[in-house]
Write a protein that binds this ligand. Structure first.
Ligand code: SF4
Ligand code: SF4
Length: 502
């Protein structure tokens, strides 16, 4: 499967869970996957020839019992579904919207229906928020999100009018990086324009972008501008060497990470990206920042698979080179790490994807694996008053749960003297990236978020906390809490210390 121009042909995954280029699905994801090869390009599926007969030399000779079976779609991905409906019971959209048929229909059932050429992709696919909760809920390892992503792309390619306002709205939201680059050129002006209530009303009427939410502000200096201004890679290498000397680590140790910051941390929340650099340098790591594009997460969710493929190609090429040189990749956004670890290998056959996927980590996860992060937090000479916050209401993003990362933040922060971190439950925040920004999904998004809002109110904490920037928007929107990223707290405790106390 090497044709990069065919979105539905290169999503190859083998029976052992490895993909076309040998990648396993994301850590914490399914253990074994399904063969997702397309019979049209794979010469048909061997399972269609079951019912063979023994021949004289003792070898098994397949017998074609049903001639039409050559055309049968018996891909195990769909065939593995035994209709237990566990996925449907975990779907947050199905829970609040009775009209949404749920992941079982969007996945295996739709694939069966589609075999008959008179069936289009059902337009309810556009109601799936791509939260991926169904993905990790399935006990039979059916690759649901892979099915949803390919079905959504087919739906957009073949059934959505390219002149409709919805198509262009989705295109705009999916390509947030392009909008952010323009916005960051004149950030103050852009913030004033986007914050204007008349502009918000026009956006809602003309494009279908809800006026209920406030656009996130663009920073006056992007993370990449800050990084270049302070001396780029050379400055980070020097800072890391100094930290290793102070820590009595071998000064020549090869401690380097490649940071995938994504568009949002670059343009909107550079404080999170700067916190990552500060924390990693304090552990003696040089932080490299290769050229990069959007992870593709909003593109998958909007069925813009070709846009995602172009972005993924740049990302994989630029990061694979460093991975070859022994450098691991770290992400501050759990949807970005999810894309690099699971969605790229599931959907694309770009050389180097497997290596990048196997060497990508959430930023906090990486430090837990490679450093004594728990010990250093417990030993830190700071208290809750130094951090400025004594209690956090923490929400684990769905994509963090998919990677098995949901418990780590509360556990870690509880090490800090006097800090109380409360997990506000396992519900979905409801915003799912661009989903909750669409006028037609806003109410659904807020209904899904209700459970989290209630738990946050009950937690009565000082500050909210999450790793996902759009979950942070929803938490703030639904509760009024200010939201921090765990890396900002690690910076306050491990780098700033009591001298920098607020
Ligand atoms: S959870 Fe898996 S096996 Fe059960 S209905 Fe959903 S896709 Fe099928
Ligand atoms: S990805 Fe989320 S919204 Fe979509 S079908 Fe699965 S659980 Fe439901």
């Amino acid at each position: 499967m090497t044709d990069d121009n065919q979105p539905h042909d290169d999503a190859a995954q083998h029976a052992d869970g490895s993909t076309a280029d040998g990648t396993n699905r994301a850590a914490g994801g399914r253990g074994s996957g399904a063969d997702w090869t397309d019979p049209a390009t794979d010469g048909g599926n061997d399972r269609a020839t079951d019912g063979g007969a023994a021949v004289d030399d003792g070898e098994f000779e397949p017998v074609q019992v049903f001639p039409e079976a050559e055309d049968a779609d018996l891909r195990p991905g769909a065939d593995d579904c035994y209709k237990c409906s566990t996925c449907d019971t975990t779907c947050p959209v199905a829970e609040v919207d009775e009209a949404f048929p749920g992941p079982k229909f969007q996945g295996p059932e739709q694939w069966r229906l589609k075999r008959s050429e008179d069936h289009d992709v059902d337009d309810s696919i556009s109601k799936c928020s791509n939260c991926m909760r169904c993905d990790s809920a399935c006990p039979s390892d059916v690759p649901l999100s892979q099915m949803h992503n390919t079905a959504r792309a087919q739906y957009v390619d073949e059934q959505v009018s390219k002149t409709s306002a919805t198509y262009w709205r989705n295109r705009l939201l999916a390509n947030y990086g392009t909008m952010a680059r323009l916005g960051s050129t004149f950030p103050r002006l852009t913030n004033a324009v986007l914050g204007n209530s008349l502009v918000q009303t026009l956006n809602e009427r003309l494009l279908g972008i809800t006026a209920e939410r406030e656009f996130p502000a663009f920073a006056t200096e992007t993370f990449r501008e800050w990084y270049a201004e302070r001396g780029g890679e050379a400055a980070s290498v020097e800072n890391a060497r100094r930290a290793r000397r102070e820590r009595d680590d071998p000064p020549d140790a090869d401690k380097r990470v490649a940071y995938f910051h994504g568009d949002y941390a670059n343009h909107n929340t550079p404080a999170v990206a700067k916190a990552l650099v500060a924390v990693y340098e304090s552990f003696g790591y040089a932080v490299l920042v290769p050229d990069q594009r959007c992870s593709g997460t909003p593109m998958f969710a909007n069925g813009m698979l070709e846009d995602a493929r172009r972005a993924a190609r740049v990302n994989v090429e630029n990061f694979a080179e460093l991975v070859e040189d022994g450098v691991d990749v770290v992400c501050s956004c759990t949807s970005c790490s999810m894309a690099l670890r699971q969605e790229y290998p599931e959907l694309f056959s770009i050389p180097g994807t497997a290596k990048v996927a196997a060497n990508t980590y959430d930023a906090v996860e990486y430090l837990r694996i490679n450093e004594d992060l728990d010990g250093e937090l417990a030993a830190a000479d700071v208290t809750a008053s130094d951090v400025g916050v004594d209690s956090f209401a923490y929400h684990a993003p769905c994509h963090a749960r998919n990677q098995g990362l949901d418990g780590q933040t509360v556990e870690l922060l509880s090490r800090v003297d006097g800090v109380d971190a409360e997990d506000v439950g396992d519900s979905c925040s409801g915003i799912s990236g661009t989903y909750g920004w669409k006028t037609e999904h806003y109410d659904t998004s807020m209904k899904i978020g209700d459970e989290m809002f209630e738990h946050m109110a009950a937690a009565d904490a000082t500050t909210g906390m999450t790793e996902c920037p759009t979950c942070a928007m929803q938490m703030e929107h639904g509760t009024g809490y200010e939201i921090e990223h765990p890396l900002e707290v690690l910076e306050a405790v491990l780098v700033d210390g009591p001298d920098e106390a607020s």
